[in-house]
Design a protein around this ligand. Structure first.
Ligand code: ATP
Ligand code: MG
Length: 422
């Protein structure tokens, strides 16, 4: 038997060969979020279990069966966050940030859900989360969705499409909910086990079922759109009009209810046909009641979460990841004195050329081996420092990506000469 420790199922390492796509996505996201006035905040990975059960809703996949919940040494029930909105809302309340104030916030980090691991579905995965707190919309709803559309444009991703819907107010939804309950109860025999359990608790969840056998029944169910209150109808019409005016294409999907309980009015989801069955890449909506429900002052809010792994997959598939930056300089060393001097030379170059990659050959090796490493590093210039060069006060400079010959350069002039060669 192997005594090797296995990784936890569904939790992945992101290796240097894959990190380029992550960093590209993170750079673009930071730039876009910043351009729309969103500020980064960081909230803990662990929260009291009650935060999630009270906000996400008892009859949801997440709370019913996906949470990593445990008792800590002090006896508290804690949960690894399955999503970020609840924690951000909690943070806004705990830190007294609301009191009529408005905040545009974003956050990036791992989420944890005990799901069946498969391509695009992991137990630790990452999300970008954007939340606009204190904005009643619909202007902010439109702007938030335009921001996501801009992300795809900046990332050169085209195989995504937008679905929107309105869930109305909780009052309007209550009427619809009864209607839906009546409908599904009348078709009790066709319900799967999950749906039957949800029938009493929250029949809206049934619409979110991924069970193929449920599809036809769900298709014929009453539509929430027909039960919307007049204000929500106006809100939704303004949303559609705003997206039209900005040229953001969308589809109204009356079955889009989202898997969490705290949504009201606007909900949206970006889906792709490029990732198989894990097709949701960015999902969000308005949650006007959540903050009050968690004990804060009533504060309208809207937000979304974007699945980083799925977007990274899209980027790799589309081939739209810019190549990683190679180092600029590789220092080849020959001789004992030169080895000591080379460390100082490398530091001098790093002082003079901040941000440029300066690799020093470490661990010795003959010329041939060192040049092979220099080549593989992708560096544009090799600097050759040997005892003999040191004696003459020079370094040999050899371009690696051009046919130009090697030249000697006085040590004292080195940083300036190199800067001109790069
Ligand atoms: P799905 O329908 O795929 O289960 P969801 O409705 O549970 O998604 P949300 O809770 O809205 O997803 O999370 C927002 C985004 O996070 C999703 O659109 C998806 O891109 C990503 N995501 C959700 N669960 C996972 C997971 N287990 N592994 C990887 N990404 C995920
Ligand atoms: Mg899910």
């Amino acid at each position: 038997m192997s005594n090797r420790i296995q990784p936890v199922r569904g939790m992945n390492d992101v290796l240097p060969g894959e990190i380029g796509a992550w960093q590209h996505l993170e750079r673009v996201a930071r730039a876009v979020f910043g351009a729309y006035g969103y500020e980064e905040l960081r909230v803990p990975l662990l929260e009291h279990t009650e935060l999630f059960s009270r906000s996400i809703g008892e009859y949801t996949d997440i709370v019913e069966k996906e949470m990593y919940t445990f008792q800590d040494l002090g006896g508290d029930s804690l949960t690894l966050r399955p999503e970020a909105t609840a924690g951000i809302a909690r943070a806004a309340i705990s830190n007294g940030m609301l009191r009529g104030a408005r905040h545009k916030l974003w956050c990036l980090g791992p989420m944890f859900r005990h799901e069946r691991p498969q391509k695009g579905r992991y137990r630790q995965f990452h999300q970008f989360d954007l939340e606009a707190l204190g904005f009643a919309g619909p202007d902010v709803d439109i702007e938030l969705i335009a921001l996501t559309a801009r992300m795809w444009q900046m990332l050169k991703l085209t195989r995504v499409r937008l679905m929107i819907n309105s869930l109305g107010t909780p009052q309007a939804r209550a009427v619809y909910r009864e209607e839906l309950q009546r409908y599904f109860a009348a078709h009790d025999a066709e319900l799967d086990a999950d749906s039957r359990r949800r029938l009493g608790g929250n029949p809206l969840r049934i619409l979110d079922s991924k069970q193929p056998s449920m599809r036809a029944l769900i298709e014929r169910a009453p539509r929430l759109t027909d039960y919307l209150d007049p204000e929500s109808q106006a809100h939704f019409a303004a949303l559609c009009g705003g997206l039209d005016a900005l040229g953001v294409a969308y589809e109204v999907n009356p079955r889009l209810v989202r898997g969490l309980d705290y949504y009201s009015r606007t909900v949206f989801e970006w889906v792709t046909d490029a990732l198989g069955s894990q097709d949701a890449v960015c999902s969000g909506g308005r949650y006007d009641g959540l903050i009050a429900q968690l004990g804060g002052e009533p504060t309208p809010a809207i937000g979304f979460a974007m699945g980083v792994e799925r977007v990274v997959d899209l980027l790799s598939q589309a081939g739209s990841v810019p190549p990683a930056a190679a180092p600029e300089i590789y220092i080849v060393v020959n001789g004992e004195r030169a080895e000591r001097e080379a460390l100082r030379l490398a530091e001098r170059l790093r002082d003079a050329l901040p941000g440029r990659g300066v690799l020093l050959n470490l661990g010795g090796g003959n010329f041939k081996a060192q040049f092979r490493r220099a080549d593989r590093s992708g560096a544009r210039l090799a600097l050759i420092l040997g005892d003999e060069e040191l004696e003459r006060g020079v370094v040999a400079v050899k371009p690696l990506r051009r046919e130009d010959g090697q030249i000697d350069c006085p040590l004292s002039e080195l940083p300036a000469r190199i800067a001109s060669l790069l």
